[in-house]
Design a protein around this ligand. Sequence first.
Ligand SMILES: [Zn+2]
Length: 404
Amino acid sequence: MRIIRAAKVLTGRPGEVIENGEILIDGPRIVSVGPRGSAGEAGEVLDLPGHTVLPGLVDAHVHLGFDPQVDPVTRRSAESDAHLLLRMAENARKLVSAGVTTARDLGARGFLDLALRDAVEEGLAVGPHIVAATRPITITGGHCWYMGGEADDEAAIRRVARENLRAGADCLKVMASGGQMTPGAPPSWVPQYGTEQLRAVVEEAATRGKGVAAHAHAHAAIRSAVEAGVTTIEHCTFFTPSGHRYDPKLVELVAASGTYVCPTVHGVFDRLRRVHGEETLDAWLSGVARMREAGVRQIAGTDAGFAVGEVANPTDGYVGGLEVFAMAGYRNAEIIELATVLAADACGVGEVAGSLDPGKRADLIAVAGDPLERIADLRNLSLVLVSGRSVTQAGVDTTTLSVG
Ligand SMILES: [Zn+2]
């Protein structure tokens, strides 16, 4: 048994802050959380004055297999699965070094995300717990087709979904609209599937108690995704052929359905703003803030690995993404909530992660300072525990926090 004491403990339950708190941990699990003295005696005590302890951060949208330096399509033939798996392991290490203890990987080829997920659980690799979507379901030649999940009609969609689940996927990912990164694929504002096809994905996932993440830029694809009952909508940018057009009526529908939206907010926002123009990026960010005001449940996810318009989006820029929410007027307590408890719930792991509660995994971080006062204090990591195991640096300095 181990006790961790800190000046402040944020449990992850809305608004709950324990001054001079302590957490009792037994192996991989949390036993108790309370004020100093509540845990009794333990063999090991870690005292962290001046620190805040909070649930480990959750990145609801990553691609560990992507590297902004390498084109994913051409790499398909050039890089072996064995080499790519090592790259994914290094990206996982960077991510956990930034305080992310759960990551949902929303698209990898060759079921490599499952191999990495299992290796992390066995202690063979250093990384966050991985919630793996495996091959995204997409139309032939559609967005991210090169990951191996092509399916056009309902029977084929069910087939790919079932194969993913048979392999051990934790959730399903479907490309409800086109995107920006696949040469020759439909652009973002074009839907790839209709409501009935998306519903087939939701039904297949439900047979195993799993959720569905729908990549949806296109206005029509967002509507279909909500109607089909997906768990999370990724991006949700309201693209039309004539650009980004926020639709309050559709947002009402999203809010009423309770569907989570992961707007994929990342730390390269400032650079994108310089490269692609302030107007476009500010309009997008104000759309994100308006969704929040309309009552849409939002979660933190970075789309790490995916270069955005040739601007690299590195794996360790997670806190930079949270700072963008702060720029858009979100309160720090709210940002921490969407980065922990809400994101864990949306990823289907709310029962075991996302808050510091007895019985849950001991996934937590300690930072010097107080992120309720300054969100940037989340960068001052002193401790990262993943299921009670502390993450120590391998001595290779490839971790650079990305700002702007
Ligand atoms: Zn993505």
